[in-house]
Design a protein. Structure first.
Lengths: 431, 302
């Protein structure tokens, strides 16, 4: 028995670079009209002299030849790095944007949650916004009215439902938005990383509600790069890389493929050729290393690790800073730490060598990836490299007695325990 | 929906040509099926889809109306104040001082009956032209027929119209003007006003997505159009043989029509109105076509 909910065939989407960023002013069109014949002439001349065209096509394929099939009742995670094409896929499936090629067949009503609180109006009350938002998400008025009390109770906003949402705290705002979204009951639900906001306990409640929904035979597509959430929620997953499907199948396998594909396995990388080194007009990285600290043979829970970053700076007289992000294999950010290289607007052009030490008894055993971000004035990003390398922290038995298995938990602090003992219970002071 | 809730491990397959097995049509017939593919050539208006989303249209109109006079001291009174004061200024400067002929109608009533459709038109045109850009968040995050957006902003103008309309009834009693059977044609002129604003608004809202120049041109267009329309003066100032050409401005036909329908004293706008209807039909059809052509790029460009 075939019960297909979504079938995608050879889906492709092309964007013109920069299309999303800026709208045109008529002035630009006019200047373009004058400039482009000259440019075309130039390139034509170059073309004839070189024998090949040097103009780069300003088009990119955000998605290419994507085909998959999702059965009814499946909960599928779509994972991939930023810019891999996950959101584009979701936007095509939710009919916000059209594919350039290929087609999708969908059987069932589709509800898409690309953002919480879409269409909320600050001047309207919580009640009005619940109805408005529900209608925007595709619910019928009668349906919202029927579920209204449930939504309000879920959001825990009984007292404030007739207050304009502009007086809400951000937490209340998100709770209301989620509550409406969680009561959406289409056959197919497309969810973007909206769960990344809101407080943890409420997130859990929403995940629970959605899990409940999936047991009722609803199909869910969940886009995220939070591996922990994907693993908790989805049975299957599709990995998208550079606009194509790199892997698909059971969520565990795909998650492993994701980590392999996104993080280079070396813990030390060097770029000898400036052309291939990660960089731009501000910064060019020459090496990033994570090595055992002096005197140790390996990176372990006890030793911590040494970070070394070398880069060439092209920006003079700015406040330059470098921050590293350490993320575990579930996609959970463990910490960020930064070094303010110059704070008196006195950066110099040339090579900088940074080194830092991740202390021992901090990271638990496991594999981590490192992002490096260079910034200006602690505000603007000059260069960002996601998952530039990965490194492993080896397990030790420190603090675990004879238990050699990896301790659960995100961090592995060494806590100095103590205890005292008495044979008779001491007098408990009562006030 | 209920007969299949089992999830088995083998149901997930990457669709290769061999893996695709079509299910019997009757099994799926209960579920709505949509196909998403690049649109080509002429696009339909998508009226069934629009009908399906009528509740959203209602909610967007309702939102615009509810929000319009929030946190204002005078509230909906603004809907009266604006045409009323414009009428007073017109009455003093054009009526009293410049002695502009008003076809034998008391000048305040003469200009107010014109201001009614004019204010509706100016509001609808401005709001609809800005609507797509103003609802950027909705357009980039949710699917719905995009025509809902300019349509909703035009319909929201009807509330202001209804409020200011009550005043004209009072004025007619005051000046002792008895409505004739011509008042029955009023809904047509009301509809025609909105169709004009919708037609032009469709063009401008779609252009506004690409070229934000529209936003700055808009105030100018509205001002220019007001002077070119017979609000403060009568269309009879235009020589009779040129009047059909005057109809190229659809608001000329609308305003003269409104005066005739409400007061029944001016001659019925004949050839001029005919020209206006044709102009609006062309602008509206072109606008719908252009808007539908452009709407697929809205989410990528806006």
């Amino acid at each position: 028995m075939t019960d297909v909910a979504i079938r995608c065939e050879d889906l492709a989407k092309q964007y013109r670079i920069g299309e999303r960023q800026s709208y045109k002013a008529l002035r630009d069109v006019i200047t373009d009209a004058f400039a482009s014949p000259i440019r075309r002439l130039n390139s034509a001349m170059r073309h004839s002299s070189n024998g090949r065209s040097e103009i780069e096509k300003p088009n990119i394929w955000a998605l290419k030849d994507v085909s998959f099939e999702i059965k009814r009742g499946e909960v599928v995670g779509i994972i991939g790095r930023n810019g891999a094409g996950k959101s584009t896929l979701l936007k095509i499936l939710s009919r916000i944007t059209e594919p350039t090629r290929g087609h999708v067949d969908i059987w069932g009503r589709v509800g898409s949650l690309l953002e919480v609180g879409t269409g909320f109006h600050p001047e309207l009350t919580g009640r009005d916004n619940a109805f408005l938002n529900g209608a925007i998400l595709g619910m019928k008025k009668a349906e919202i009215a029927r579920k209204f009390d449930e939504i309000v109770a879920f959001a825990e906003l009984e007292k404030f439902i007739d207050t304009p949402v502009k007086r809400y705290s951000s937490g209340m705002y998100v709770r209301l938005a989620f509550a409406v979204a969680a009561h959406l009951e289409p056959e197919i639900l497309l969810v973007d990383e909206v769960l990344a906001v809101g407080d943890a306990s409420f997130q859990k409640k929403c995940l629970g509600k959605m899990g409940e929904v999936s047991h009722q035979g609803r199909t869910i597509l969940f886009v995220s790069h939070n591996m922990a959430a994907v693993k908790a929620l989805c049975g299957k997953a599709i990995l998208i890389k550079d606009g194509t499907i790199a892997a698909s199948g059971m969520v565990g396998d795909v998650a492993d493929a994701y980590l392999l594909s996104t993080t280079p396995s070396e813990s030390s990388r060097e770029w000898l050729d400036p052309a291939t080194a990660p960089g731009n007009e501000s910064i060019r990285i020459s090496y990033v290393r994570i090595i055992p600290p002096k005197g140790s043979a390996a990176i372990t829970v006890d030793t911590g690790a040494q970070i070394e970053i070398g880069f060439e700076n092209f920006r003079e007289c700015i406040n330059l800073g470098c921050t590293v992000y350490v993320t575990n294999r579930e996609g959970v950010l463990i910490f960020e730490s930064g070094h303010r290289i110059s704070s008196e607007r006195d950066s110099q052009c040339g090579f900088y060598h940074l080194s830092g030490r991740i202390p021992g008894h901090l990271l638990n055993a496991g594999r981590y990836s490192l992002d490096v971000v260079f910034g200006k004035d602690q505000q603007y990003v000059l260069l960002r490299t996601d998952a530039v390398l990965s490194f492993a922290v080896e397990n030790t038995a420190t603090g675990r007695g004879s238990n050699m298995s990896v301790a659960p938990g995100v961090v592995r602090p060494l806590i100095s325990w103590g205890h005292s003992f008495e044979e008779e219970p001491s007098q408990v002071k009562r006030s | 929906m209920t007969e299949n809730t089992q999830i088995s491990d083998t149901t997930f397959v990457e669709a290769t040509s061999s893996a695709i097995v079509s299910a019997p049509a009757e099994e799926r017939s209960e579920l709505p099926h949509i196909r998403i593919e690049p649109s080509q050539g002429w696009v339909s208006l998508g009226l069934t889809d629009l009908w399906h989303f009528r509740e959203l249209l209602f909610f967007l109109v309702w939102r615009d109306i509810k929000v319009r006079y929030k946190q204002t001291a005078l509230g909906a009174a603004w809907a009266l104040i604006q045409p009323l004061f414009t009428m007073l200024v017109f009455a003093v400067f054009f009526g009293r001082l410049a002695k502009v002929p008003s076809d034998g109608i008391p000048y305040p009533l003469f200009s107010y009956t014109a201001l009614l459709p004019w204010q509706l038109f100016a509001y609808a045109l401005t709001e609809s032209s800005n609507s797509v850009v103003a609802n950027e968040r909705l357009i980039t995050k949710v699917y719905f027929p995009r025509l809902v957006v300019p349509l909703a902003s035009i319909l929201a103008g009807l509330v202001d119209f209804a409020i200011s309309f009550t005043l004209v009834l009072g004025m007619m009693v005051w000046y002792g003007v008895r409505p004739t059977w011509a008042i029955l044609t009023l809904p047509f002129f009301l509809f025609f006003t909105m169709a004009t604003a919708f037609g032009v608004g469709l063009w401008l809202s779609a252009l506004n997505v690409q070229y934000r120049d529209v936003r700055y041109t808009l105030t100018f267009i509205v001002q220019f159009w007001l002077i070119a329309s017979p609000v403060a003066y009568s269309a009879t100032l235009v020589p009779a043989k040129w009047r059909p050409f005057y109809g190229l401005n659809p608001m000329a036909g609308v305003i003269e029509g409104f005066r005739w329908a409400l007061l029944g004293k001016t001659p019925a706008p004949g050839a001029m109105l005919g020209v206006s209807v044709i102009v609006v039909a062309v602008v509206l059809a072109g606008g719908l076509y252009y808007y539908r052509r452009m709407e697929k790029t809205f989410a990528d460009v806006v």
